[in-house]
Design a protein around this ligand. Sequence first.
Ligand code: GLA
Length: 870
Amino acid sequence: MIKQSKSKYSNRLPLLLLLVLCLGLKATAQQPIKIIILAGQSNMQGHGEMEKGEKGNLKWVIENDKKGVYQHLVDENGKWSERDDVFIYTWDKFDSIKSGKLSAGYGAFDTTIGPELGFGHVIGDHYENKILLIKTSWGGKSLAVDFRPPSAVGESGYKRIPSQPKDTGYYYVQMLSTIHKVLDNLQEYVPDYQGEGYELAGFGWHQGWNDRVTKTANKYYEENLIHFIKDIRKDLGTPTLPFVIATTGMKGWEDKDPRALSLMNAQMAMTSYPEFKDNISVVDTRDFYIETEDSPSKQFYHWNRNAKSYLLIGEALGKAMIALKEQQTAYNIHQEIRNVPSYDSKFLTPTPPMGWNSWNAFEKDIDEKKIKEIADYMVSSGMRDAGYKYLVLDDAWMAPERNEKRQLVADSIKFPGGMKAVGDYIHSKGLKYGIYECRGDKTCQNLPGSFEHEQIDMDSFAEWGVDYIKLDACFARKNGRLSTEDFDVYHKAILNTGRPMVLSISDFGSGAWAWGGKNYGQLWRTSMDIYPRIQSVYRCAETSGGDGAIHPAFKGLWQFAGPDSWNDPDMLQVGNLKSTVEDKAHFSLWSILAAPIMAGNDLRTMSDEVKNILLASEVIAINQDPRAHQGFKVYDKDSLEIYNKPLSDGTTAVLMLNKGEKRSDITVQWDQIGVSGTQNIRDLWLQKDLGKFNGSFTAKNLGKHKHLLLKIGTVGSAPVAGPTPVPEEKYTVTKNGTTYLSDIYYMLKKGNAPVENKNFHGKPLKVGGKKYEKGLGVKSNSEVMYRLNGKAQRFQAVVSLDKSSPKGATGRFQVMVEEKFGGRILFDSGNIKKGKVNIDIDVSGLDFILLDFSGKKVFGNWGDAKVISE
Ligand code: GLA
């Protein structure tokens, strides 16, 4: 029998159309906007005269442009030309905001230019994307005081503000908040912005004079600059953000002033720091100095107000930026691109979040006393200082009924002081407060869920000082909303509160990496629940690091990970497993997979052995490496596995794991991990150098479930390249006409992997006695998600049970929108035993469909499964 749910479906047509439109928009979106920050003091503001003076103003430059390289700066009417693809947000010397198409006149005054002009043209000519320059510069500002970075701990160099030696500079904060403000309102500054997302693509710095004028500030410039670069990257959540620096060379090669030289040397020294080697470029600007007689003025600290100098500086910075980015692309260094703005402190978790969660240790059995004790232990054990900052209360903290205002309230027996008091205690310990809720009308423990109370609940959380929300998925299927719609409601409700709160998507691994979870939350589950057994640990790890949840061609989910986008194979069972060997293997796997590290044991009673595992600093450092590259598997055979995680310092972390039952040797070849020649190896558990090895390394006689976690390579060498991401056209419908689903890679699977173009046993795929070349052979229960990208109109297939199914068994074929928790059903075969069913349904505009096959140990065939695009 065929049950077509079409009529029910068509009632929702207007809503669906709207959804389709929204999804479609996202799907067909253009390239993300490239955002580049240009920052500094008056050098960056820019005093290059456009018309004033006899020589060296912009007009003069254009009139004396023998090589014809500056004619693009004026249009056919002789007016300053404007670019249609490069936009700018900045202000002038009087603090009045200026924004619009890039043109001359964005300097310190309407009549001057700064480096932005040459820079914007070089960058705009190179990239197809639209570009937005955010120029944050103020005259007379030093790095020692005004831009003083938060982590700088040395002498500030000044007696006056900031009054405390560790205070962050006022303009550092202003700079960040300006950047966030602009990012949150892109539609105002980029004409026709349609949510295509943006990439924070680079940072240009031209500053120094005001540190040069003071002896102490001058002395600390190099140190301050290192902190500045690191802090900016951290605060923007872009660990590898390309940074270009223009030196303070404004008096040319004649300048022999020791402070001028020391400042320039400090700036040029940046590229000699191993961690900066391939992500920072310094432009020596002394060549761009132009003599006073050829300039509009004698003001050397404003480059004699010469427009050409500013053009040259800008162009040189632009070229340096492009070269840096190309180098990073070659090494596959991840750049973050996202679609929606969030509150000011976006990028809440530039590296995987770390903390403790109550579920694996206590399940429902939590109370105020226990939680406070855990908070105390997180401090006294050293965990907080090792990075574990979130203390998350999982399910069952709430009373079974809401109050008369429909608000959630604490279970009054477990938490008599209420939930705000819990948060206050957690905060008083220097920790962050995490809490659990569920998108269904009930939580997984049948307590009040947040469905239809989304804003009320997020408001309560904000009021209680919550910093992290774990949002579960039980009963969400009943909501009648797709997951993307559901999460959009929460995302907006959280933004409305104005309080930055991490959103942890807990949905049993329903494909958030595929459908854009990163537009709503910062981490998402990739697996079903983890249990305190090593096989469960392996299974969960495999969803993120292997083909447990996605097509094998992707080699795991690494290409979907990065700052604020973490694949979460669930919380730790370290301390709950059978042995130290297993606990360590678990911790190393989570470390190499850049997984969120949420301890799940009773910290109050843990042994020193377990504590030492959780505190293993060199293992944690791999997880928290600022390059934010998720490790990926490079070898998997006979229960022996090797993973590789390229690091920010030019080395790579390698995990060699024996999942099997018998002792074995494992050998890693250098070409598997992107290094060559003779390399240093360090054992990260022993914290010991093992020596130098050439070409390969063998872990000898590795026991059952044992592993080695190593760091291989030379600190400061060129970054180890990551693998090449699978290009979109391989996993999306892109072409007109027919696309067989088995010809593109699925983005999510649950249950057994489907077999492409064969039945589940690898034999010819037959439906109703007829053989099909294309299609999928599946075993119940099986879910497979494909990305249509809004490109297809019809889905067609012919389905039946496979002949190998047990006698009398029934199976059910369903086609759904997106995935099961939001699963709107497009087609439902009902339970079938015999015969075949033809499917031909409308999928217009849908981004994702899910092919679901259910039954009891039964086999099914999706013959000829294809979509048609016009
Ligand atoms: C689900 C989640 C678990 C836990 C429980 C609480 O199973 O996946 O991590 O939060 O609910 O009920």
